[in-house]
Design a protein around this ligand. Structure first.
Ligand SMILES: [Zn+2]
Length: 375
């Protein structure tokens, strides 16, 4: 870390100091970590910028910062500094006991930039996010590019990544940065293809060419229907050789309802805009909703589908995924909304064989793609 407190509790930041100044500081001291209040050492090395380090036995969460993290936050700090935004490096916020990598104010907003180079638990991300929000600060989590596997447009999706999704103007995206290449990316999410794959459109910029307000320009990334059809095709035609716990439960559910997984109706795979915010794959919850809450009803009966609330990282707005699903079913003519209630409009056809199921997928794809292509 680049900042520590001196004996009088005054912050001492190592950024932009001459070698002489730093050597002078090193003779002074002692210095303390503002987070855990333990003594820290001022270190000079040939490989790294001068920094403060915890003692080996410390259990502080700010101990053992990677070189990439150090480099990255310094670059983000300098990037904001060049835009005359007066950022603060490792600015300690005593009221919430947190110290963002870079703190900056812009217009009437306060931001905490966190350059995330290690995998931390969803609970920890949520905890820190809520603390910032309580203090009126918007956290901007930027993930180290090496933590994201795969090659755009197709990326590996993980519980870790799901935690950092922002929803601006109803469009989902997340941020990555690589200090090595200085590439900053805003990854707009088209859709999730399965629990482990996500389709994105990267907007990558060389950091010096990016402006801070660029981070808030939302762009729509529409559903890519060819990718959707391919992923459903793969699901229908690939044997589930090593089912996970969730898969096994689902297969059991299908078995009890006398449905083979290759013949699940196409409308049980609908790629919804907010699906990436939900940890359960679309076909798992949509099939259950259709089989348990739709099939047993007669036409005209009221639909009672369980709501599925999802939120982005900032959690300002709760979105009901089931509502989005019902809207799609309504477009396809299976459901209808009257007043506040949804009603069953018509039956969903089941395929008798795989060829029929694949044809149904194709027809659905053409219908919805045609709708989305309309200006
Ligand atoms: Zn500490």
């Amino acid at each position: 870390m680049f900042s520590a407190l001196d004996d009088h509790g005054v912050p001492c930041v190592l950024y932009r100091r001459s070698t002489k100044e730093i050597e002078h500081l090193k003779k002074g001291g002692p210095f303390y970590c503002p987070m855990c209040e333990e003594a820290v050492q001022l270190r000079l090395s040939t490989k790294r910028a001068p920094h403060f380090a915890h003692l080996p036995r410390s259990s502080c969460s700010y101990k053992g910062e990677s070189l990439r993290h150090q480099k990255g936050k310094l670059m983000l700090f300098e990037w904001l500094h060049r835009q005359k935004l007066k950022p603060k490096l490792e600015h300690f916020l005593p009221a919430i006991g947190q110290r963002p990598d870079v703190y900056v104010e812009w217009k009437t907003y306060k931001f905490a930039l966190e350059f995330q180079c290690s995998v931390i638990s969803p609970a920890e991300v949520k905890r820190r996010t809520r603390h910032y929000q309580k203090a009126g600060i918007v956290p901007l989590w930027i993930i180290s590019e090496d933590k994201v596997k795969g090659k755009p447009p197709l990326l590996s999706f993980s519980e870790f990544l799901r935690n950092f999704i922002y929803c601006f103007d109803n469009h989902l995206h997340f941020y990555t940065f690589s200090p090595e290449s200085k590439r900053f990316s805003i990854l707009d999410i088209h859709q999730s293809l399965s629990s482990r794959k996500i389709l994105v459109r990267p907007r990558s910029t060389f950091l010096p060419s990016l402006s801070f307000p660029d981070l808030f320009r939302a762009r729509e990334a529409s559903i890519q229907w060819e990718w959707w059809e391919r992923s459903v095709y793969r699901y229908r035609t690939t044997p589930i050789l090593r089912p996970s716990g969730k898969d096994r439960q689902f297969l059991q559910f299908l078995y009890l309802n006398r449905i083979h997984y290759s013949l699940i109706p196409s409308v049980c795979f609908l790629p919804l805009r907010y699906q990436p915010l939900y940890d359960k794959p679309a076909h798992l919850w949509q099939t259950r909703a259709i089989v348990s809450h739709f099939l047993p009803l007669k036409k005209g009966e009221i639909l009672r589908m369980p709501s599925i609330p999802v939120r982005d990282i900032l959690g300002k707005k709760t979105i009901d995924l089931m509502d989005e699903y019902l809207e799609e079913l309504a477009y396809l003519g299976y459901a209808v909304k009257k007043g506040e209630c949804w009603y069953k409009q018509s039956d969903i056809p089941f395929s008798q064989n795989i060829e029929q199921a694949l044809r149904q997928d194709k027809e659905l794809m053409i219908q919805l793609k045609h709708r989305d292509d309309k200006p």
